[in-house]
Design a protein around this ligand. Structure first.
Ligand code: NAI
Length: 258
């Protein structure tokens, strides 16, 4: 893992404490590394506890204040306890990235397994609500901050075979806007990121043909990289984005421009 990839805004997060859900892999891991490179102290929350501890240890080895904790974002009590433990370990909470998510099986809506629908909504939508529910009081108590919810291009586009994922990500965009309206006057900015398909373990179940078909949907002719999404996320969390609030930011190699 690299902890040195920033863009000339070194240490802009010094004195800021950040929580990243789903921070043990893929986009969340890259976000945690990017925030740490900017000087943040980072808590990595994930239901893969072993991977979360490894990620935090890697950051700590680079001289960063990093901690790991087990959190299942589908369980409100786990989110409450984990969020409070993260704030306690770091000494308050200023920044949060609600990123934990799953893809769910592919099937048309008329055949979609009900239990998969429930699992995807529980993780990708309920999980973001529970996270906001318990982060926002802590961010207010710390004097304000910023949140990024990890949506997807599928927060605005449909995608055949992914009804649960698409519905959940559309929900995340609406929830982001509403929470932003509620907290804009209290020093908290809340935005959503909308990545195109990003080369992470989330896509690992795909065969070569499916991978190549996804690539063709992106005019830049490749999938995105987790570090590219981390860069957008860091920008949205930073003071450089001080007037950006309640909005949804695509990062998709041109996918949505068609
Ligand atoms: P990933 O599979 O590499 O990482 C997801 C992380 O979330 C894993 O560490 C996993 O253990 C954790 N997680 C899953 N369920 C959890 C739960 N119930 N509680 C706590 N942790 C849980 O996936 P990736 O690609 O990094 O995805 C991160 C986010 O980005 C997700 O919300 C995903 O929907 C979104 N996204 C991903 C895209 C992609 O093409 N990879 C595109 C657009 C958005």
């Amino acid at each position: 893992m690299t902890t040195t990839q920033n863009t000339g805004h070194a240490q802009e997060f010094t004195g800021r404490n950040a929580l990243v859900t789903g921070g043990a892999s893929g986009i969340g891991l890259a976000v945690a590394a990017r925030l740490a490179a900017g000087g943040a102290a980072v808590a990595i929350a994930d239901y893969n506890e072993e991977a979360a501890h490894k990620a935090a240890a890697d950051l700590a080895a680079g001289g960063v204040r990093a901690t790991a904790l087990r959190m299942d974002v589908t369980d409100p009590e786990s989110v409450r306890a984990g969020t409070e433990a993260a704030a306690e370990a770091l000494g308050g909470l200023h920044l949060a990235v609600n990123n934990a998510g799953i893809s769910g099986e592919a099937a048309p809506t008329g055949e979609y397994p009900v239990e998969v629908w429930r699992r995807v909504l529980a993780t990708n939508l309920d999980g973001v609500f529970y996270s906001l529910r318990y982060e926002l009081p802590l961010i207010l108590a710390a004097g304000g901050g910023a949140v990024v919810n990890m949506a997807s291009i599928l927060g605005t586009n449909g995608f055949a075979g992914a009804p649960a994922y698409v519905a959940a990500k559309h929900g995340v965009v609406g929830l982001t806007k509403t929470a932003a309206l509620e907290y804009a006057g209290q020093g908290v900015r809340i935005n959503a990121a909308g990545p195109g398909f990003i080369d992470t373990p989330l896509l690992s179940g795909m065969d070569r043909a499916a991978h190549d078909a996804l690539v063709t949907l992106h005019p830049q002719g490749r999938l995105g990289r987790a570090e590219e999404v981390a860069e957008l996320t860091a920008f949205l969390l930073s003071h450089r984005a001080s007037f950006i609030n309640g909005s949804y930011h695509l990062i998709d190699g041109g996918y949505s421009a068609r």
